[in-house]
Every structure is written in structure tokens, then in C-alpha cells.
Write a protein that binds this ligand. Structure first.
Ligand code: FAD
Ligand code: NAP
Length: 319
């Protein structure tokens, strides 16, 4: 570990919120430092098709979009550091951040640490992580060519993962705990076509009770019909399970340091500016780490922009 690095503004996270904050802060001559975290590029790195990024009418991949954001941020001299912050001290100034590789101080901080995949919480899920249980179809789908697999979840991610996997797997069992999906209509319509040709078999109102397997990985799932009073279980023969049941905000290191509400960092949301300020002046937050409602690339970018503007105003007023 080297000497403490001081900067006016430090941004945590390299997803849409972090890179957008960096572009705005850099263009305000604040010479931002951006800490990438473990997942450089953020959640979009795991998606093959983005169809709703304004201005890109032709489908682009998540990694293409995030690479362009990265290049845009460095064009304006954002300093990008591959490190992960493991603890913070926000009760005195300058603010102090301890990374796995280095120590940092800053006059202002923008937290854009996004979220990580949620898991079902089964012991067997833990046992087969990386051996049949995955949260990323783009990363692992290739291993299931011509095999039968399952996807669990009912939101946009679950349907997109199913559509993507249908290009190369033999059959997909889509398991969802409700009888309707919360995904966008356009995705549900595409799914319906695959259901019609029996490429996708729906198990609505079903939950996964157990994931079974052997040394080489997953072999079966035990699922349960929630509608039936009797506990009748069904065995599905699959080689893999893609868990797509949402995300949990990355706020562990901010617990007891900032106000947190239902796991998300609480921001002021003031109507007349300072929208992204957290419970501590000078600390701002943007993107999925603050948002349990919209959670889109565009809304994350927008709030990253707002956080950079709020931070610039704070630095002008208080330093
Ligand atoms: P994230 O993208 O989650 O990025 C968080 C960043 O914080 C990461 O770089 C991570 O490394 C970093 N980080 C975390 N902890 C630390 C730490 N301790 N120190 C430093 N850095 C840290 N949205 C759309 O609009 N269109 C789509 O087509 C779309 N497709 C999606 C497909 C999938 C499979 C998923 C999962 C999501 C999709 N979304 C889509 C939602 C979109 O990805 C998110 O809304 C968006 O990425 C959130 O951006 P963010 O910058 O807030 O956080
Ligand atoms: P999500 O919208 O929160 O959906 C999670 C799904 O998993 C829900 O159907 C939920 O069931 C189910 N679920 C949650 N916990 C479960 C559990 N323990 N067991 C079984 N099922 C469980 O999450 P997401 O699909 O990952 O999407 C996250 C955000 O990213 C959303 O805002 C989404 O719009 C965005 N996104 C956008 C795109 C796009 O624009 N194309 C693509 C992907 C993601 P219930 O229905 O019962 O709640």
C-alpha cells in the first residue's frame, strides 16, 4: 500500500452512473478519480443486447456500450483506478476511503456501486455455484450448448436470459413463483413464441426446493407447485440453472456510515437541486445503489450526471 492519494472528487463504480459522473466532473475541471470495483463496466457487461439506449437504434452489446463510456471518461482525463473500496470514514474531512490496493482521501465522494445478483439462498445453490448454477447467461451459456437447462425469475433479466440461451441450448424450463411476469411486454411476446414451439417450458407458480447434482455439476432440480395444497414435488432433469431473480444493492461498506433505507442509500431527492446528496453533505450517490424502482442504464447515467453537478456545487460552496 502506498501513500494516501488525495483528490477533489472520487467516484466509486464503473457502471453507467460512475462513468457519467466522471464525464461531467472531468468537464467541470474537477480531475476526478474513478475506482472501478471488481466488476469494471458494471452490470451491463453481462448483457448481449441493449435495445433501449437512446441514439443506438441498432442493438449493441453491454460491453460495447460500457467500453464507449470508459473511453469517453478517459478522453476528459478521468483517472481510472482498478481497486475496490473496502471501508470508508465519512465523519471527518477530508473523507477517507480504504481500498484493497490503496488509501484515498477526497473532498467529495460519488457512490455509484450499483448492485449484485440476488441468489435463492439454498445451500445447494452455494454448493453448485460455478458448477451448474450461474447468474450470467452471456458468461456461461456457451457451456450448455444442446443441453436442457432452467432459468428462475420473472423480470426483464430472466426473460432476456431465456431468449439469449434459447439460441443454443436444447430446452429451457422457466420457473417463476407467480403466474404472470413483471418483464416488459415486448420481451414477453418474444418469450411466447418460444413457448409455442416448446423450446421454453413454463413452470409458473413454482419454486425451486433443491438443486441436486454430482461431482461434475448440476443434474436435477426439485420444484414445487405453490398452487397445490399438498406438497407435490417434481423433478426436472437439467445440466444448469440460471438464477435471474433481481439484484441486491452494494451498500455493505456504508452501513452505519450513511443513512440506508431498505438496503438502498438514501438520497435527499430535493426538488430544487442537491437531489443526490446522501445523509452527509459532500457524499453523493447515484444509480442502482439508490434506486429500487427504475434501475435502468439511462436512469443510472442521468443520476450520475446529477451527482456530478451536485458535487461540483458543493465543492464551489464549501471549499
Ligand atoms: P452497476 O452497473 O451495477 O455498476 C456498479 C459498479 O460499482 C461496478 O463497476 C462495480 O465494480 C462497482 N463497485 C461495486 N462495489 C464497489 C466498491 N466497493 N468499490 C468500488 N467500486 C465498486 N438496463 C437498461 O437500461 N437496458 C438494458 O438492456 C439492460 N439490460 C440488463 C441486463 C442485465 C442482465 C442486467 C443485470 C441489468 C440490465 N439493465 C439494463 C440494468 C442496468 O444494467 C443497470 O440499471 C445499470 O447497470 C446500473 O448502473 P450503475 O452504474 O448504477 O451500477
Ligand atoms: P426484478 O425486476 O427485480 O425481477 C426479479 C424477479 O425475480 C421477479 O419476477 C421476482 O418475483 C423474482 N424473484 C425475486 N426473488 C425471488 C426468489 N427468492 N425466488 C424466486 N423468484 C424471485 O429484477 P431483474 O429482472 O434483474 O431486473 C432488474 C432491473 O434491471 C429492472 O429494473 C429491469 O427493468 C432492469 N433490466 C432492464 C432490462 C431491459 O431494459 N431490457 C433488462 C434487464 C434488466 P416477483 O415477480 O414475485 O417479484
Amino acid at each position: 500500500m502506498q501513500n494516501i492519494k488525495h483528490t477533489k472528487i472520487i467516484i466509486l463504480g464503473s457502471g453507467p452512473a460512475g462513468y457519467t459522473a466522471a464525464i461531467y466532473a472531468a468537464r467541470a475541471n474537477l480531475n476526478p478519480v474513478l475506482i472501478t470495483g471488481d466488476n469494471k463496466g458494471g452490470q451491463l457487461m453481462n448483457t448481449n443486447e441493449i435495445e433501449n439506449w437512446p441514439g443506438d437504434k441498432n442493438q449493441i452489446t453491454g460491453s460495447e456500450l460500457m467500453h464507449r463510456m470508459y473511453e469517453h471518461a478517459i478522453k476528459y482525463q478521468t483517472k481510472i483506478i482498478p481497486d475496490k473500496i473496502i471501508s470508508v470514514e465519512f465523519n471527518k474531512k477530508p473523507f477517507f476511503l480504504l481500498g484493497e490496493k490503496d488509501k484515498y482521501t477526497a473532498d467529495s465522494v460519488i457512490i455509484a456501486t450499483g448492485s449484485n445478483p440476488r441468489y435463492l439462498g439454498l445451500n445447494s445453490e452455494e454448493e453448485f455455484k460455478g458448477r451448474g448454477v450461474s447468474t450470467c447467461a452471456i458468461c456461461d451459456g456457451f457451456f450448455y450448448k444442446d443441453k436442457e437447462i432452467a432459468v428462475v425469475g420473472g423480470g426483464n433479466t430472466a426473460i432476456e436470459e431465456t431468449l439469449y440461451l434459447s439460441n443454443f441450448v436444447k430446452k429451457i424450463y422457466l420457473i417463476h413463483r407467480r403466474n404472470n411476469f413483471k418483464a416488459e411486454k415486448i420481451l414477453i411476446d418474444r418469450l411466447a413464441k418460444l413457448v409455442k414451439i416448446k423450446k421454453v417450458i413454463l413452470y409458473l407458480n413454482h419454486t425451486i426446493k433443491e438443486i441436486l447434482g454430482n461431482k461434475s455439476g448440476v443434474t436435477h432440480l426439485i420444484i414445487n407447485n405453490m398452487n397445490l395444497k399438498e406438497n407435490i414435488q417434481k423433478k426436472l432433469i437439467v445440466s444448469g440453472l440460471f438464477v435471474a431473480i433481481g439484484h441486491v444493492p452494494n451498500t455493505d461498506i456504508f452501513v452505519n456510515k450513511l443513512e440506508i433505507e431498505n438496503g438502498y442509500i438514501k438520497i435527499k431527492q430535493e426538488k430544487h437541486g442537491n437531489y443526490t446528496q446522501t445523509s452527509i453533505p459532500g457524499i453523493f450517490a447515484a444509480g442502482d445503489v439508490t434506486d429500487h424502482v427504475y434501475r435502468q442504464a439511462i436512469t443510472s447515467s442521468a443520476s450520475g450526471c446529477m451527482a456530478a453537478i451536485d458535487s461540483e456545487r458543493y465543492l464551489n460552496c464549501y471549499n
